[in-house]
Write a protein that binds this ligand. Sequence first.
Ligand code: ADP
Ligand code: MG
Length: 247
Amino acid sequence: MLEATHIRKSFGDTRVLKDVSLRVSRGEVVAIIGRSGSGKSTLLRCLNDLETVDGGEIRIGGQALVTMQAGQPVYKKDGERRALMLKMGMVFQSYHLFPHCSVLRNLTMPQKLVLGRGDGEAEAKARDLLAKVGLSDKAGAYPCQLSGGQCQRVAIARALCMDPDILCFDEPTSALDPQLTQEVLGVIRRLAQEKRTMIVVTHEMRFARDVADRVIYMEDGVVVQDGPAQEVLGDHRSDAIRAFAGE
Ligand SMILES: Nc1ncnc2c1ncn2[C@@H]1O[C@H](COP(=O)(O)OP(=O)(O)O)[C@@H](O)[C@H]1O
Ligand SMILES: [Mg+2]
């Protein structure tokens, strides 16, 4: 479903990703954990084409976004590149909703602008997904009238409206208090039960252990561990993971 190999990325002299590889199969939930600054967001941003790589290859659904040619990364041409990125959805820590638009419009506008859907179809899809995240009664509300947890559930519904093949979350609950965190994690759990393909950067270790099929632990721009959640986070977890978890 998604394959990234030998990804390298620097900002100036800072080497943020040093030869990172990652595979995600259809229906798999992969959690990425690691200390702040280890490169998790940069990796997600490269996979979503919000940053360009300095080296390495990325394939989504078998199609190349970027390949190495004569030692240099070469990206697909614009049209194909945009079409390919429609397969990816992204949910950010800080929601990124349009503040001056109602919840419903936040969900319909991207469908109309990017996918060319008509009003009726876009609205039906939006209402369907609002129901799914338990916010049918908030269609007419504005983001400032919602709690952080509700905003994040709107952001998840908005991403789902675009029918992505792979949904990525970058610390979706780090701005939320414990109760709102559980509300948002509950929505992600249900998506996992539906066998959606997801990559979730998270600090919620229990969530990662319970919901993820695989857990990737990053340190300082490299993947230190990549294995079944029970192996990486279970009773036989490594000293590195114990140290990371503050045990
Ligand atoms: N746009 C940027 N410009 C310069 N440095 C950046 C940029 N984005 C991230 N970094 C640096 O890259 C490193 C990894 O950041 P990040 O990927 O956000 O890590 P994480 O998400 O694991 O906390 C940090 O040292 C950060 O300061
Ligand atoms: Mg981050």
